[in-house]
Write a protein of this length. Sequence first.
Length: 280
Amino acid sequence: MSNLSKLELPETQSLILEHRGSVLKIWLNRPEAKNALSEEMTDELHLVLDAIRDDRSIRTIVLRGKGGVFCAGGDIKGFKSDMQAVSAAQVAKSNRSFGDLMIKINEQPQVVIMLVEGAAIGGGLGLVCVADVTLVTVDARFRLSETSLGIPPAQIAPFVTERVGLTQARRLMLTGARFKGEEAVRLGIGHQVASDAADLEAQCDVILGHINACAPGANAVTKGILFESLRRPRAEALDFASQGFAQCMLSSEGLEGIAAFVEKRKPVWAEQSNDQLVGK
């Protein structure tokens, strides 16, 4: 796998990238638009994720919004200017492209953490549903608002449904229900509630420490097994999992992990430095 020190990250205008140790922090940086998802922003997310996909020196991606807001969803003003003046086929193609980004984030080999404060509305809530770990502030606001605008939550619907189940997905999408951080955790959208931004960062640092105790290659293989278990018949999924197990067992990580256990020491990937933590 490549080393990030030899890898050039793409230039971005609507994202801010911060690399520290094994963590790449991606800031959505359109605070004047509450970090609404523009075409430029989604294109840049594709480029960044592709650039680090096979780099196991990056163990964790942390996604957060500038200006105290996570993401207000799709760029509604852009919808009016860009989508309502073209053909249905062009609108469908543009909409479908966001689904490709959702798949990419969902199945990114690195662990993906999302820190949610302010609001996660529409597509922003959809993004939250493809994180491996989601931390939310107690006063963060959530809503699937699409149907109140006369459109369906098309590309995010499968991911929200997978996250919360069909019964709750129906309620949230068909009523445009509003809720906050504690309810988001109860529904399974978030995993932990933080009292404020400082607590959000502190909780993130703890989770990063836990991730650093796990082998990055094994985590990547585990994510693959999880998603294939949803796609394949049971026997095929188990065959796929056994191949992943053999790959890891015979890898340098597997050899080191077993040796460290027998020798009662930490494996080499168990980083202890606070330099790996996300900070502000």
